[in-house]
Design a protein around this ligand. Structure first.
Ligand SMILES: [Zn+2]
Length: 280
């Protein structure tokens, strides 16, 4: 793979001294396994959804769509977003893990169309920073007229697909256990609780009464900061919204498995709740 930036290439081809930049992490490499899964799958499709420039370098926003076997009712659309903080690639790896589980057992995704956004902050991932290269915490920029291209592209996605559910994957380097935030539809909490319970096979739950400055109960926080990635306000039918946070200091393997089982649990539980609702 070509590791030079365009500027470096230009400099070296002109015979100038190349300024050695800190080593950048390659998004392509992080996504290689997902790409391979997509190539061999009848269910998973790679569909990048937008391009933007940062310091003269072009980026595209990766997106994968997993179309499960047809269910009984309307197709349920879920958006799952990872690495909006560039230094949290655990969520990206968890999406790869989830897809490999679904490939072996597509029935888990029966009735679903999953929109997977494995790297919402490509420049931050490359630089291994929470912020994007423009210095913004992208997860504080939603629905407030942000000019950040990643945010505008993601807002369009959220608006266009009118998701039934939005799930954010984050990691927290100050927590010793897994926990989550709920907002949107009231049933979000009924999805997060069983998801955390299953995840406890791999990670302890954060049982503190205060997490990240918020009141928490059994690892569940029912508040959220302004500007986080979520649906726009005042929708007639708001989606369920769940943010999962794994303890970043725990082993990567455990974080990935905890995310994966939590996501599978949410899919199973939501389909079950929708089936009940339709029969009432
Ligand atoms: Zn985060």
């Amino acid at each position: 793979m070509n590791c030079l930036t365009k500027t470096e290439e230009a400099a070296s081809s002109q015979g100038n001294t190349v300024k050695v930049l800190p080593e950048k992490r390659a998004v392509d490499r992080l996504l290689a396994q997902l790409d391979q899964l997509a190539e061999n799958s009848d269910h998973l499709f790679k569909k990048s959804f937008g391009e933007f420039e940062s310091n003269g370098q072009g980026y595209s926003m990766p997106r994968y769509v997993y179309l499960g076997p047809k269910g009984g009712g309307d197709t349920i659309r879920i958006g799952i977003f990872a690495a909006i903080h560039g230094d949290e690639p655990e969520g990206t790896l968890a999406l790869t893990r989830l897809v490999s589980v679904l490939e072996k057992n597509p029935e888990l995704a029966k009735g679903y169309c999953l929109f997977l956004y494995p790297v919402c902050n490509p420049t931050g991932f490359e630089d291994n920073t929470r912020y994007s290269r423009s210095g913004k915490d992208l997860n504080r920029e939603f629905w407030n007229g942000s000019l950040e291209p990643e945010v505008k592209l993601l807002e369009t996605e959220i608006w266009t697909h009118a998701f039934d559910g939005i799930i954010n994957l984050h990691t927290d380097n100050t927590s010793d256990g897994i926990y989550g935030y709920v907002s949107g539809a009231v049933l979000s909490e009924n999805l997060l609780e069983p998801a955390l319970r299953e995840a406890e096979q791999f990670l302890p739950r954060n049982a503190q009464r205060q997490i990240d400055g918020f009141a928490a109960q059994n690892g569940i926080i029912a508040q959220c900061l302004n500007g986080v990635l979520k649906a726009p306000l005042n929708l007639n039918r708001p989606p369920f919204e769940i943010t999962l946070e794994t303890p970043q200091r725990a082993s990567l393997h455990r974080q990935v498995e905890a995310f994966s089982i939590a996501l599978q649990t949410i899919l199973v539980e939501y389909r079950y709740l929708m089936a009940i609702a339709q029969n009432i």
